[in-house]
Ligand binder design. Sequence first.
Ligand code: G3P
Length: 219
Amino acid sequence: MKLFLDSAITDEIRKYYSTGMIDGVTTNPTLIYKSGRNPEDVYQELIDIGIPDISMEVVGDENTMIGEGRRLIKKFGNRQATIKVPCTVDGLAACRALSDEGARVNVTLVFSLAQSILSHKSGATYISPFVGRVNDNSFNGLDLIKEITATFCTQNVESTQVLAASLRDVHSVAECFTYGADIVTMPPSIFDKMYNHVLTEKGLQLFDADYAATFGKAL
Ligand code: G3P
């Protein structure tokens, strides 16, 4: 059960990584654009922080993605760098080539069971079904997770892990694990909210008040 942060804001990632609960980071061109930084400066900082697994997305046609993937692996190393490709004909061909060379590949923009099967057959280490974007279009994103994990389980698929992405709320994060996702990536703001429960707050207020009453002084 792994938690990744879906972000390119290194200060936030550093803060949450220090909790010891974060297993990796996923980025994409939109997140990089929002950070206002050069992608490779972001990747280098994440490497220096010690993030064990960093998804770095490549774009373009098959050969461009393969070339970029090789260059990123050479620059940042196989241990921490994961190459992220889209679930397209070119992306899956790049996935095959890079996986055969020993790279971890994350196939992103997965919206169907059929795409998840093709990604697995292309040697993907991770597939990223987009829960939130499926929900945005009036289908049930969690059903997609359930369908993929159930099929992978029935077919004894072990080499491809389900990395649930595009999460917008705490409930869906937890449900992804219930439905068998191996990894869930989420924005730091959602990770923060995972701590929250109204009964914890209420209970703590009572305990603090009783502690203070026991010793005759406020905390
Ligand atoms: O990293 C891919 C994914 O998590 C994007 O999420 O919120 O843009 O649909 P979102």
